[in-house]
Ligand binder design. Structure first.
Ligand SMILES: Nc1ncnc2c1ncn2[C@@H]1O[C@H](COP(=O)(O)OP(=O)(O)O)[C@@H](O)[C@H]1O
Ligand SMILES: [Mg+2]
Length: 231
């Protein structure tokens, strides 16, 4: 359903992505792996439309997204949980969620109840300011905010970064549930290998601007990890 086709990108004269092709299966969790600085975040920004490739294309179903702005991609069912969460610190939890209602394909003025079923802590914290939440609570808010827009394909950039193990466990359970029970497609940049092996289905491994391997997360070999992930 989501296809990245021969995509290259440069920041000015510095090339960061070189001829990236990824065919992302629908209704699965696909993980993008790679050391710091190999271009994972830049790739997700290109997919979301926050950056534009020098050459190449991004396709979703029958739609060619390459020339569409991020809000148009969002309206077609693409969502992003950015690295570092980027919630609004001065807005309350409810206000953060309300911001995303405008992006829904089917408009409503009410936060869907299932958001609180998935992340009960957000109900308890609904009138707290985003900036007063713990890192783990902020990450749940960031994921919830993306879900409020009702995406079909959700991009997540390092969702476990700086988060305590019990919250990582809960986030993993929620993501797996969304994929298995609701058919969501997830593309997740992640450096925490145990989490990738626990909840991920397939992986793409990046090194120096390019994809160097892909396959089932259960087949991720020690040799690949050693060559392309260990610092
Ligand atoms: N706004 C920017 N301008 C110039 N270079 C950048 C910018 N953002 C990231 N880079 C560089 O692009 C490369 C890839 O960065 P990034 O996509 O953030 O990698 P990753 O997410 O894999 O850690 C890095 O060398 C980084 O320093
Ligand atoms: Mg990154």
């Amino acid at each position: 359903m989501l296809t990245i086709q021969n995509l290259s990108f440069s920041y000015g004269v510095i090339q960061v992505l070189d001829d990236i092709t990824m065919v992302v299966p629908t209704g699965r969790i696909t993980c993008i792996l790679g050391r710091n600085g190999v271009g994972k975040t830049t790739l997700l920004m290109n997919v979301m439309g926050l950056l534009r490739p020098t050459i190449g294309a991004v396709l979703m179903g029958e739609h060619d997204l390459t020339d569409l702005a991020a809000d148009r991609r969002s309206a077609l069912g693409l969502g992003l949980v950015p690295q570092g969460r980027r919630i609004f610190p001065r807005l309350t939890v409810i206000e953060n969620l309300r911001v995303a209602l405008a992006a829904r394909r089917q408009p409503t003025d009410r936060i869907p109840d299932d958001i609180y079923d998935l992340f009960p802590v957000l109900k308890t914290m609904s009138h707290r300011r985003g900036g007063d939440l713990s890192g783990g609570q902020q990450q749940q808010l960031a994921i919830a905010r993306a879900l409020v827009a009702d995406p079909q394909v959700l991009l997540l950039d390092e969702p476990t970064e700086g988060i305590q193990p019990n919250v990582i466990q809960h986030i993993g359970t929620v993501l797996r549930h969304l994929v298995d029970e609701r058919g969501l497609t997830i593309v997740m940049v992640e450096q925490y290998l145990d989490f990738v092996k626990e909840i991920g289905d397939r992986f793409f491994l990046m090194d120096r601007r390019r994809v160097v391997a892909e396959g089932l997360t259960s087949d991720l070999s020690a040799d690949l990890v050693h060559r392309h992930l260990t610092v």
